[in-house]
Design a protein around this ligand. Structure first.
Ligand code: F0G
Length: 481
């Protein structure tokens, strides 16, 4: 919930109390420099002991509710026929309206199964934007991913409420060019992760469905961030102001053929599932579930997590849960903007995204500005963010760099995990870094994996800039921070 203070500022107020806590520590800047150097300037290589505030991702790092934890204690571990599964299936029916459920260990496993069952080499998959694991699975199955967003989606500083919308004309053109037979499905990603957590409107979703149905193309919905997309629809789409999150979800689901999600985000648990009302699709996927994931009633998830997911799904329809990350992201972005830091606007669903091209205008994309910025933020603050730019793209088949549309350092806001003073601290250190941004230089690969290179790649700071930045930091704050 937001409250207006007497000084006029509006702040997000947590509608929960925190009764279980986990210790964290801030190691001094010299130790942070050592940790990032050893990790090849890749924030994925850092260990928790070296991290003060972990904003790498909101995935699997959210605070769970007391009811979720309580549900975990009563799970049924039966290999087949687990009652926990039936609780999840009934939550999926109630919240999303789907009859058939295939649990998987996490979102990318759902993508793997969809690719395995529906994609043939030479197919094309249109979507509003890709996610890294989605693209990897669909391409490994031989498809080409076509991102058909509107041009304005790439303007980072914008007031456009629905940058996640799909361009309907481009969709028609794709069908004309490739033919519907080459398009096994169209994918809409709720609150497009790599565009900076930007939602699509229900109107756009329905237009997509209209065109897809004309050509009998199924609509696949990635709902990993469904409650956030619904929250933004309530805030930004005309006619939805007075609808509940559940009513908005119902409206969205009325046009969906196949739904999948990573439960690690909106539902605050580790797991995922595919759901549909189409028996034929269900039967096509079902035989592969035990091969790759597990039996139909657990699919690679622990039964504890299945119980917690059943509760989390219902809880994400509460307004204060659906908006818990979004309102913190908004506050975070506004505080950075006040300090002249270029961030993605309007603020999105899962994270505050700093525009590294604007923050570090002296770095060419070939020197990975978003990766350099993520490393620099860590050195100056102990805060771990994630590179979402060219390092997150893999090279093409000829070994050429594929430059990312956007170069972003993503500071994720796990739901209900951090507090206002954490946000204020991060804002302050990024402000200092911005004033010393000329010290940040580029990166170059020293070890480069062939697939999803951002996970394990190792890089080096050009001109040893990390050490120089740490020296400047110590001059200002001393050696202990
Ligand atoms: N789809 C979307 C939109 C996602 O954001 C993610 C994961 C996945 C699919 C894959 O799900 O991790 O459970 O296998 N996003 C995480 C992130 C990794 O950090 O944004 P998964």
């Amino acid at each position: 919930m937001n409250v207006k203070l007497s000084n006029g500022r509006e702040i997000p107020v947590e509608m929960h109390k925190i009764r279980i806590v986990q210790k964290t520590q801030l190691v001094p800047v010299d130790e942070r420099l050592k940790a990032i150097e050893e990790g090849g300037y890749n924030t994925f290589a850092l260990r928790t002991r070296d991290i003060f505030i972990d904003m790498l991702t909101d995935s699997g790092t959210n605070a769970m509710s007391d009811n979720q934890l309580a549900a975990m204690m009563v799970s049924d571990d039966a290999y087949a026929g687990s009652e926990s599964f039936y609780k999840l299936a009934s939550a999926i029916k109630d919240v999303l309206g789907f009859k058939y459920v295939l649990p998987v260990h996490q979102g990318r496993a759902a993508e793997h199964l969809l690719a395995k069952v529906f994609i043939k080499p030479g197919d094309v998959i249109p979507m509003n934007y890709h996610f890294t694991t989605t693209k990897a699975h669909f391409e490994l199955a031989g498809a080409k991913v076509l991102e058909i967003f509107r041009d304005l989606a790439l303007t980072t500083q914008s007031t456009e409420p629905f940058k996640g919308n799909l361009d309907i004309q481009k969709f028609r053109d794709v069908i004309k060019k490739y033919g519907a037979k080459k398009i096994p499905f169209i994918r809409m990603e709720a609150t497009t992760n790599l565009l900076g957590g930007q939602p699509f409107s229900i109107q756009n979703l329905k237009e997509v469905k209209q065109v897809a149905s004309e050509h009998k193309i199924p609509l696949v919905y990635d709902g990993s961030l469904i409650s956030e997309n619904a929250y933004f629809v309530k805030q930004r789409e005309k006619g939805y102001e007075n609808k509940t999150i559940q009513e908005i979800i119902n409206d969205m689901m009325s046009v969906v053929d196949i739904f999948y999600l990573s439960g690690r985000k909106s539902t605050c648990v580790r797991g995922g599932f595919i759901a549909t009302n189409n028996k034929e699709y269900f039967e096509l996927i079902k035989p592969w579930l035990p091969v790759y994931e597990g039996f139909l009633t657990y699919g690679g998830m622990s039964t504890h997590e299945i119980e917690a997911m059943a509760v989390g799904l219902r809880e994400m329809t509460e307004i204060d849960v659906a908006g818990s990350a979004a309102e913190f992201v908004k506050y975070f972005a506004e505080r950075l903007i006040e300090n002249k830091i270029p961030v993605v606007t309007p603020p999105g669903g899962l994270a505050c995204h700093v525009d590294a091209k604007l923050f570090l205008p002296h770095l060419p994309q070939s020197q990975y500005p978003a990766g350099a910025l993520a490393a620099a933020i860590y050195i100056t603050s102990g805060v771990r963010s994630m590179e979402r730019g060219t390092i997150s793209m893999d090279r093409d088949q000829d070994g050429n760099e594929v430059y990312s549309d956007l170069e972003l350092a993503r500071l994720a806001v796990p739901r209900r995990t951090y507090t206002m003073s954490h946000i204020e601290y991060v804002v302050d250190r990024i402000k200092w870094l911005h004033q010393h941004r000329d010290k940040v230089k580029g990166l170059k690969f020293v070890e480069e994996p062939p697939v999803l290179r951002f996970f394990f790649g190792k890089l080096e700071a050009l001109d040893n800039w990390g050490a120089k930045l740490a020296e400047a930091f110590k001059k200002e704050f001393g050696p202990n921070y």
